[in-house]
Design a protein around this ligand. Structure first.
Ligand code: F0G
Length: 461
C-alpha cells in the first residue's frame, strides 16, 4: 500500500474553539500583533511549536499511573536512566525540566568572557544562554542552508571549512566546545548527515575540543540519515542514534520534541569531572539528581516517549505527514524551504511578500494574516526572532539588523492533527498568497532585552 497512515487510533479528543473574523481582528490588535500573547483557546489550529505539544500514547499515560514519586532514587528515575543509557551509551545522565535548563547548566560551567561556541545554528535559547555568560555564539552552517529553494539533502550540516577557519582565527583554547544541532531548527528543521558529524568530530578531536549535540530532534534526524545517506540505510534508526551519540562528548536534550512529552529535558555528559560540577548546579536550581525538577510521572512519560520516538512506523508517518503539507503548498507555488524539514514546514517570507523589507518583518506579516484568515497560529523565524535589540525606539522604523532568512514556521505537533486539519491550513495559505500584495509590514513599539520575540509589541505600518 502506498498510503502512509497514522500508526495509532484516537482514544480521547479535545475540542477546538472557532472564532469569527471580527473576533480575531480584535484579539490580534489586543495582542499587539504578537501571537505569543494570544490565549491558546482563541487559536483554531496551533502550529506555534512542536515543543511540549505532543499527544501522549495510552502507554505513556499508563506509565504515569505506575510512577514512583520518591524524592531520592525513585524507580521511575532508574527506568528512564536505563533507557537513555542503553540508547546513547552516555555515562552521566542528568534530568532537567526542559532543554534550556540543560543549556544553562552547561554554559554556566564552560562559557564566560573570551569564549566562543560554534554550532551549525544555535537555537534562540542556546544562543541566549551562551551570551548570558559573556561568551559568543557563532553559526557555521553550510552555505546551501541559506538558499531556500535548493533541495540539498543535508542543509543542516556544519561547514568543516568554516570550523577550521574559526579555530585558526581564535585559537582552540577559546573554544570550550563545539555544538551541532540535530535537526537544525533555525534554518528549516534540516538534518545533519552522519558523515558530517564524523568529519566535525575529527576536526574537534585534533584540537582537543569536545563535541556536543543539541539533540532535541535526534530521532527525526536519524530517520533522515537512514533515508538520505545510502551508506547507513541498512542500519536501524536506533543503531544510527547510537552512532551519533558515540561520536559526542555530551548533549543537551529538550524532551519536549522527539521525547514525546509535555515537559522534560536531559543533560548528557561523558566527562565525570564536568558531571560532578553540573550536578552541583542541578541541585541548586532544578532538583536532586534523580528527578531534576520533574515528577516521577514526568520521568515515566519520558522513558516511554523516547522508546516510541525511535519506532520506525511512527517516524515514517511523522516525516510523511509534514511532507504532505509541504507538497500541497508547493503545488500552489507558495515558496517554502526545500527539502521539507522534520518537524515543520517553513515558508520563505522574502519570496512570499517581496514588497515588505526585512526591517518591517515580512514573516510576522504572514503570521498575522494566517491568524486573521483562519485562526491558525504560526511562528516567525527571521528578523523578529533572531534580530538583535533595536537601538533607538523613539525613531519610527529604526533599523533592526535582519536575519539571513525571513521564515515562517508551521510546526506540526506530534500525533495531534489529522489530514483535514492540515488541508484547512493549506486553504488559508492559498487565500493569503492570492492577496499577498495587500499584506502590511510591522514596526516594533516595545521591546524587552532578551528573547524579545515572546513579548515584543508591534504596530502595523
Ligand atoms: N534546542 C532546540 C533545537 C530547540 O528547538 C529548542 C526549543 C531548545 C533547544 C530549547 O528547549 O524549549 O525545552 O527549553 N525549541 C522550541 C521551538 C521552543 O519552538 O522550536 P526547551
Amino acid at each position: 500500500m502506498e498510503t502512509i497512515i497514522e500508526p495509532f487510533k484516537i482514544k480521547m479528543t479535545e475540542p477546538i474553539k472557532f472564532t469569527s473574523r471580527q473576533q480575531r481582528e480584535n484579539i490580534i490588535k489586543e495582542a499587539h500583533f504578537n501571537l505569543f500573547q494570544v490565549a491558546a483557546e482563541n487559536v483554531t489550529i496551533d502550529l506555534l511549536t512542536d515543543s511540549g505539544t505532543s499527544a501522549m500514547s495510552s502507554e505513556q499515560w499508563a506509565s504515569m499511573l505506575r510512577a514512583d514519586e520518591s524524592y531520592a532514587g525513585s524507580a521511575s528515575w532508574y527506568h528512564l536512566k536505563n533507557i537513555i543509557g542503553n540508547m546513547t551509551g552516555m555515562p552521566n545522565i542528568l534530568p532537567t525540566h526542559q532543554g534550556r535548563a540543560s543549556e544553562r547548566i552547561l554554559f554556566s560551567l564552560i562559557g564566560g568572557k573570551d569564549k566562543i561556541i560554534p554550532n551549525n545554528n544555535h537555537f534562540d535559547t542556546t544562543r541566549a544562554n551562551i551570551e548570558f555568560t559573556g561568551a559568543k555564539a557563532v553559526d557555521l552552517v553550510v552555505d546551501q542552508a541559506y538558499e531556500p529553494d535548493q533541495a540539498f539533502p543535508f542543509k543542516g550540516n556544519l561547514d568543516p571549512q568554516k570550523l577550521k577557519s574559526l579555530i585558526r582565527e581564535v585559537g582552540a583554547e577559546h573554544i570550550p566546545l563545539c555544538m551541532i544541532t540535530i535537526t537544525n531548527n533555525s534554518i528549516g528543521g534540516q538534518p545533519v548527515s552522519l558523515s558530517n558529524i564524523k568529519e566535525i568530530k575529527d576536526i574537534c578531536q585534533k584540537h582537543n575540543i569536545p563535541l556536543f549535540i543539541d539533540a532535541a530532534r535526534f530521532a527525526e534526524n536519524a530517520y533522515f540519515i537512514k533515508q538520505r545517506e545510502k551508506e547507513y540505510a541498512h542500519l536501524s534508526v536506533g543503531e544510527i542514534v547510537r552512532q551519533i551519540f558515540d561520536l559526542t562528548d555530551g548533549a543537551t536534550i529538550s524532551a519536549k520534541k522527539d521525547g514525546l512529552v509535555n515537559t522534560g529535558g536531559l543533560l548528557l555528559l561523558r566527562d565525570n569531572e564536568l558531571a560532578k560540577r553540573a550536578i552541583n548546579l542541578l541541585i541548586l536550581t532544578e532538583g536532586f539528581t534523580t528527578y531534576g525538577g520533574l515528577t516521577g510521572r514526568d520521568l515515566e512519560a519520558m522513558a516511554e516517549g523516547f522508546l516510541e520516538a525511535v519506532n520506525e512506523d511512527y517516524l515514517r508517518y511523522r516525516i510523511r505527514s509534514v511532507d504532505y503539507l509541504a507538497e500541497k503548498l508547493l503545488r500552489a507555488n507558495i515558496p517554502i524551504v526545500r527539502p521539507t524539514g522534520g518537524h515543520a514546514v517553513y515558508i520563505d517570507a522574502k519570496s512570499f511578500c517581496p514588497h515588505i523589507s526585512p526591517n518591517l518583518f515580512p514573516g510576522q506579516a504572514i503570521v498575522c494574516a494566517l491568524y486573521r484568515v483562519a485562526g491558525v497560529r504560526a511562528t516567525e523565524l527571521g528578523s523578529v526572532m533572531f534580530g538583535k535589540d533595536g537601538g533607538d525606539l523613539s525613531q519610527k522604523n529604526c533599523h533592526h539588523p535582519s536575519h539571513k532568512m525571513e521564515l515562517v514556521r508551521l510546526a506540526i505537533p506530534r500525533r495531534v492533527y489529522t489530514q483535514s486539519h492540515i488541508d484547512y491550513v493549506v486553504e488559508a495559505l492559498i487565500e493569503i498568497y492570492k492577496d499577498r500584495d495587500k499584506l502590511k509590514g510591522l514596526r516594533i513599539i516595545e521591546e524587552p532585552s532578551i528573547l524579545r520575540h515572546f513579548s515584543l509589541k508591534f504596530a502595523e505600518v
